[in-house]
Design a protein around this ligand. Structure first.
Ligand code: C2E
Ligand code: MG
Ligand code: MG
Ligand code: MG
Length: 283
């Protein structure tokens, strides 16, 4: 009996495995089609300056508008695109699209806005990354100072010397470099000394529940001080409540992002926020 059951389980297991592989292949094919057919869209989340009390820029966040499955978030397809190399094509599109969008906003009169673009490790291994960014800037009124490139520890970690050189080169041209998800990696402090960084983004894990958590508050405070000593700006991610914003204001955090200000929005809705007299009221 036991033998029969074992065989059934084995059978069951291979069936699941086969289904998984089929799904994976299907998804990979779909992603290729999406890349060819431009099924991607950038959403924009505002960055709010606590001193100026205004939106100073937007972060571009990719969405896959799948014809049947609807909106697919980046965490569900960016890792796969990194594995199969499609990230180079997708990432190039993101760079062009985000830079063009910011340029349009500048032409409309919002001339101090910045754009943040997320880069993944594989894009750093691409020798054409700098060229791609420069090409996207051709014929635009915006300057490199308006463009922020977001990297994570893991982005840089894959080939630290290579990544450091590319970042230094871009920074010399005026582009801003920000270290995303700060505090979640193994050696955030190390990278702070090695990489050429303008902005630190405190990961949202430290902001969540920070109102009730004294040790999180201490971490936030320390990161902000550390950044300022090193002449860097600080952005807090994932701010969802008024109290969190006030806590960050007290600690002299420069900018915040999060659902409290706005979730990521399609471009038209995102820029509309600029027209509303921005009233942050306690709720
Ligand atoms: P990230 O760069 O750290 O972006 C922040 C993520 O937090 C976004 O998720 C955003 O929607 C979400 N978020 C913003 N405010 C709040 C909040 O108040 N509460 C909570 N719980 N979440 C908030 P999203 O858009 O799903 O993106 C996830 C990750 O995917 C990004 O993390 C980034 O690493 C990656 N990603 C997004 N767009 C691109 C892209 O164009 N290229 C590459 N290479 N990666 C991208
Ligand atoms: Mg980011
Ligand atoms: Mg982040
Ligand atoms: Mg991230």
């Amino acid at each position: 009996e036991a033998k029969g059951k074992g065989k059934n389980q084995y059978h069951h297991f291979t069936t699941i495995l086969m289904e998984k592989m089929e799904q994976q292949l299907w998804f990979e094919k779909e992603l290729e089609i999406a890349t060819l057919n431009h099924q991607f869209k950038l959403y924009y989340q505002p960055k709010y300056d606590l001193k100026e009390e205004t939106i100073v820029g937007y972060e571009a966040l990719i969405r896959w508008m799948h014809p049947e499955k609807g909106i697919i978030p980046p965490n569900d397809f960016i890792p796969l695109s990194e594995e199969n190399g499609l990230i180079i094509v997708i990432g190039k599109w993101v760079i062009y699209e985000a830079i063009s969008q910011l340029n349009q906003w500048h032409l409309k009169g919002y001339t101090s806005l910045t754009i943040s673009i997320n880069l993944s490790a594989k894009q750093f291994a691409d020798v054409k990354l700098i060229e791609t960014i420069q090409d996207a800037m051709i014929g635009k009124v915006i300057r490199p100072e308006h463009v922020e490139l977001e990297v994570t520890e893991t982005t840089a970690l894959q080939d630290l010397d290579f990544a450091t050189n590319i970042l230094k080169d871009l920074r010399e041209q005026g582009y801003k470099i920000s270290l995303d998800d700060f505090g979640t990696g193994y050696s955030s402090l190390n990278y702070l000394n090695v990489l050429p960084i303008d902005i630190i983004k405190i990961d949202k894990a430290f902001i969540a529940d920070s109102i009730y958590n004294k040790s999180k508050q201490q971490v936030i405070k320390t990161i902000i001080q550390l950044a300022h000593v090193n002449k860097m700006d600080v952005v807090a991610e994932g701010v969802e409540a008024y109290e969190e914003m006030e806590l960050l204001r007290t600690e002299k955090c420069d900018m915040i992002q999060g659902y409290y200000i706005s979730k990521p929005l399609p471009p038209n809705e995102a820029i509309e926020l600029m027209n509303k007299a921005f009233e942050i009221v306690e709720c």
